[in-house]
Design a binder for this molecule. Sequence first.
Ligand code: MSP
Length: 633
Amino acid sequence: MSDNVYYVTTPIYYVNAKLHIGGAYTTFVADTLARYYRLQGRDTYFLTGSDEHGQKIADAAAEKGIEPKAFADEIVGYFKELWTKLDMTHNHFIRSTDNYHERVVKAFFKKLKEKGLVYKGVYKSLYCTACEKPLTQSDLDDDENCPIHKTKPDYIEEENYFFKLSGFTEPMINYLTENPDSLQPASRRAEILGKLRAEGLQDVSVSRDRKKLTWGVSMPEDDTQVVWVWFDALINYVSALLIDEVEKRKNEPDPLNIDELLESEKFKKYWHSVVHLIGKDILWHHTVIWWPMLLGIGLTPPKVVWAHGWWSVEGQKISKSLGTAIDPTFISDKFGNDALRYYLLREMTFGQDGDFSITNLVQRINSDLGKGGLGNFAHRVLNMIEKYFGGVVPEADNAALQPADANFMQTVANAVEEYQRFTERYKFHLALDELWKALKAGSQYIDEQQPWKLAKDESQRRRLEVVLYYLVETLRILGVALLPIIPDGAGKILDKLGISAIEGTLKDNLKWGLLKPGSKVTKGEAVYPVVSSALEIEEKTEGEKSAVKIGGFLDGSTSIELAEKFSEIAKKGAKECEINVEEIVYFSKPALPAIKRALNKFETVKLINHSEDFAEVLKSGDYSILDSGQIIH
Ligand code: MSP
């Protein structure tokens, strides 16, 4: 076993819908960690994929009138495009409908059966299809609904296979107690341990009658039963490492011998290092179901299961019907991938819930990445090197050093140390805080040393060289450290410093003094262009007529901007306002009263290019919309 490997996984995503920023979050975190550990020189395997079987997907496909596989193909195509667009660096994308995976599921089950852990019995239970999970009467809310989905659970009574989970209460308690780091954060471990101690584990049904659910993997040696979708899905973390082994057994009949498959080098190399990143809602499955499954076939549980919190949007739950299901593609198109990566990692304390707001995102882009932050620092430093040294990195002469230089260097070194310590403990927001401390120290160093003054005095030339070397070297170090977090911007910074590829490990590259004096640097374009607002407003007013084009994000803050714009136009004397709603990406319903009030200032409002949301809201007030788009109130 070597510590020099890292295996990180995301949940495999259901193929019943597109992913919103909350749904895609885990992949951003996994990608950051994968990039980080690769840079650290670790042999890293990053896995993501799709969860395609089960009632939920069968129902969604039936609703569209297509076969489940064709339905899944479409969404998987979209997932893959999304991950390419977001520049994710997964090593493999697993589909639960992949043949090798289905064969491993059968092999896994065969072994559980041989171990006497699977038996046939009559299943009687409430079941929530949206959760793909059995529920007990005490799980239900006051209206007897699933507490998460607020829908009535189904009642299922049929002959199924059961997994003897009840025998694992003690082994689970022991394992969790002896391996406290295996379940994070500690509050979640306490939650699971508490439940195990108070309630213990009961056997679970792990298959469905094929007559009732046709869409799934057959049980080994019994195709009248289909494997429960969660059993099938969890096994992906193992099967992804066994592709080649299964491929070698193309001509052998199912079920294969799992022990033989697990002898593979790839499996042995990565399994012991696996970190499952998941959302808090699927912790139960990833611990009390998954670990006993693994223990049952003689494998160790994952090294770590890390359950993160959930994102809300402007304080509201993320849901399609609330309009809060923001598509990460739009954010990436408008602000770039870095902005989203940085925001998601900076704004949420990993393990706790977080709140997303577009306005906050724009502020972060400008203050941390753009004109008030990293981009500005890069611009200032490179501009001075161009101006005072013709773009050539100066040499820091030891004889010209002052205590302030060593202090500054030490601050940067500490920040970078802490950044690594926090990242490795999954405290990304604190890790980033540390790097921004170095950035702040850099700006202070500029203010104190006043290079523009030094430049005016020929006798201070050596000092100027020292100061600018210290600044540009800090920029290099920040560029390297930030590669896993904001690869586009960090890459651009390193490019400006003439560094096209990083050789050696992260630790090696974070050492002070690697930028060679005499090398050429260029200021070039801004690393992060200024973003003025999440909403674009274009206005043309002539006499009593005004035309306003809007596009982007209408949230709590930008709706006030828009309302102010309408008031300003009305003040100019416009009586008629024609609103052209161009691609409103996000429409926050609480934003509406302000807009409605502002529109009351016009005699006539015309809506062209209906945005459903916009129209709906206006209609819900005292407005009616004519077919022509004319709005009367
Ligand atoms: N298919 C199962 C996972 C099987 S893994 C063996 C599943 N899929 S899912 O598509 O419904 O959810 C995927 C992940 O998205 C879960 O980890 C869930 O917690 C996460 N999120 C869904 N909404 C979220 C937020 N609003 N915020 C953060 N994460 C969220 O469950």
